[in-house]
Ligand binder design. Sequence first.
Ligand code: SAM
Length: 280
Amino acid sequence: MPAAEQARIPRLKTREFRYLQHYFYQLTGIYLPDSKRELVEGRLARRMRFYRLHQYTDYIEILQQHPQGVEVQELINRLTTNETYFFREPAHFDWLKNYLQTYQKTQQARSKLRIWSAACSTGEEAYSLAMLCSEHLRPELWQITATDISEDALQQAKSAVYEQARIRKLPAYYMHKYCLKGVRSQAGNLRVAPEIRRQVDIQYLNLMSSYPVHWGNFQIIFLRNVMIYFDLESKRQVIEKLIRHLAPQGYLILGHSESLQGIVHPLKAVRPSIYQKCVA
Ligand SMILES: C[S@@+](CC[C@H](N)C(=O)[O-])C[C@H]1O[C@@H](n2cnc3c(N)ncnc32)[C@H](O)[C@@H]1O
């Protein structure tokens, strides 16, 4: 990039970064460490160009003046990390397969199996769960709820369209059975089949806010690869809220690199990163 152009790129000053750090933490529970300063600057550069701003103080003013405004959501869309893929951390899906086989034998006449993909990002986790459920249970016996804080990610989750290159972790069996190949303008894309899509209810939810009154209980909650971005206090708050929506004997699944260390909770570890609620 020419030096003159480089010089025009607004720089995020320390006090501006501190403000955004605090603001974003209050908003999402995500703590942006100092090492992320350049990343924040890079991810917000397009917003600065969009508003033709030369200093981040003016951008911060937009956020302050419109606390319910679109820019707050844009900030969330830009600063969340949405990396995900189909059947990520396969050991959890092996565990779920066993769970579903037992469920099928023992629970069929009882209530519907509800699974929550909390922080579902662009939907791959929720659709992987749905494909597995579909292998074992009749559609009326189960439902997946998928939530996230990024509207951009949710939009893609709702479209259920994925570039073929991004679908590489999806086993061929599921791809052939549950995906439709795009043609013409959609060539190179796959779309999750309607019988899977209709089992997945996709909604906006900030895990740090209060949850809808009718939210109800889930037998299994997947909360994977989101708490890595939280500090201990945010983790504590989210776990406390989530557990209220975990059915008695229900399971909470975390990402392999996450744990409940430092948090008081009524769960017992049944496997690495899999916890069961022991109290009603
Ligand atoms: C790395 S992705 C994980 C996706 C998926 N669970 C997985 O394991 O592949 C993390 C997701 O958490 C979401 N997230 C971060 N903070 C959140 C919050 N406070 N409430 C809801 N979702 C949040 C982000 O938008 C992002 O899509």
